[in-house]
Design a protein around this ligand. Structure first.
Ligand SMILES: Nc1ncnc2c1ncn2[C@@H]1O[C@H](COP(=O)(O)OP(=O)(O)OP(=O)(O)O)[C@@H](O)[C@H]1O
Ligand SMILES: [Mg+2]
Length: 310
């Protein structure tokens, strides 16, 4: 690729501290700086409590950051108002982990899917609304008989398809999928990921795809960011991060991925990660060790990572 890809989301030194100054203070986002390019899938991984959901919600302007900047399509998200804010709300959508909890159980599927169409006045009349709902149902592998049913009448995988149709209804640019397959049976996880990938290609979407586990985001992501205690510790092309992880935390996450082979499982060595190594008072930053592959490191650690590259 010769031309520089356009940045859709730009985060600069973004922090969010819950309960600042109190004993229970949590640095949920700790000086995050990275960009998400238009048309890419950015996978964000890290264990529970690392700040992934908080980061996603802050990008969507559901939380105000404590400091730092967020730009979406060139605009400062924290300053959006009126028509620009309404456009931003339409252009950026979320798909949730638990499709059961995120769909209103008292609404018919057609009304769930059409809610964004109604709010944004994207359809002129009932016939157009019906046609659009049908188109969306078919897009996600459901059909018109499903339109008048309620969420509880569906399987987990089907419910997630409804959530995807709802997100796509308003023709967004950017979708944050917050662990969209974690609650699903293993047998349907791949189907939902494949559907999301196909829709991304067809609709030129940009995704922030959040997951616990690197193996889940490896296939769908162009780049992967690894988060721990609010900090981005490593960012790089998906295959690089997966096949040649640099940061010990990323190595530890990778060593914990279960494999279906009992022989492999018997011999598994989980590499523990000791976060105290980062608390030695030395100055660290995200350093580019290979083109596009950055790791949270001191200058000396960065040199070591460079020397150990394949
Ligand atoms: N609304 C909130 N008020 C106070 N603290 C919060 C709030 N939301 C999250 N936190 C705290 O911020 C930290 C990051 O939480 P977050 O939910 O972003 O993590 P996560 O990476 O999404 O975890 P999981 O994988 O379990 O979903 C945690 O310590 C959490 O307890
Ligand atoms: Mg979360």
């Amino acid at each position: 690729m010769t031309e520089t890809p356009k940045k859709l989301v730009e985060l600069k030194d973004l922090s969010l501290t819950f309960f600042p100054g109190k004993a229970k203070e949590v640095k949920a986002i700790n000086h995050a700086t990275f960009d998400i390019y238009e048309g890419e899938v950015f996978g964000l991984v890290g264990e529970s409590g690392s700040g992934k959901t908080t980061l996603g919600r802050t990008i969507l302007k559901l939380y105000d950051p404590s400091s730092g900047q967020i730009h979406f399509d060139g605009q400062d998200v924290t300053k959006l108002k009126g028509k620009q804010l309404a456009n931003f709300r339409k252009d950026s959508q979320m798909i949730f982990q638990d499709p059961q909890a995120s769909l209103n159980g008292r609404m018919k599927v057609e009304d769930i899917i059409a809610e964004g169409l109604d709010i944004n006045r994207l359809v002129k009349n009932k016939a157009e609304r019906e046609a659009k709902v049908l188109e969306l149902l078919e897009l996600v592998g459901l059909n018109k008989d499903h339109a008048t049913r309620y969420p509880h009448e569906f399987s987990g995988g089907q419910r997630q398809r409804i959530g995807i149709a709802r997100a796509l209804a308003v023709d967004p640019k950017f979708i944050i999928a917050d662990e969209p397959i974690s609650a699903l049976d293993v047998s349907v996880q791949a189907q939902v990921v494949n559907l999301m990938k196909r829709l991304q290609d067809q609709h030129s979407l940009t995704y922030l795809f959040i997951a616990h586990d690197l193996s889940m985001v490896k296939y769908i992501s162009d780049r992967i960011g690894v988060m721990h205690w609010g900090k981005i510790l490593e960012i790089g092309p998906a295959d690089q991060v997966y096949n040649h992880p640099l940061h010990p935390y990323t190595k530890s996450l990778l060593s914990a991925i279960p494999e279906p082979d009992p022989e492999v499982e018997r011999n598994r060595v989980i590499q523990p990660y000791d976060p105290s190594r980062e608390q030695d008072g030395q100055e660290r930053q995200l350093v580019e060790v290979q083109p596009g592959h950055l790791v949270w490191a001191t200058a000396a650690e960065a040199d070591e990572y460079r020397q150990n590259q394949p």
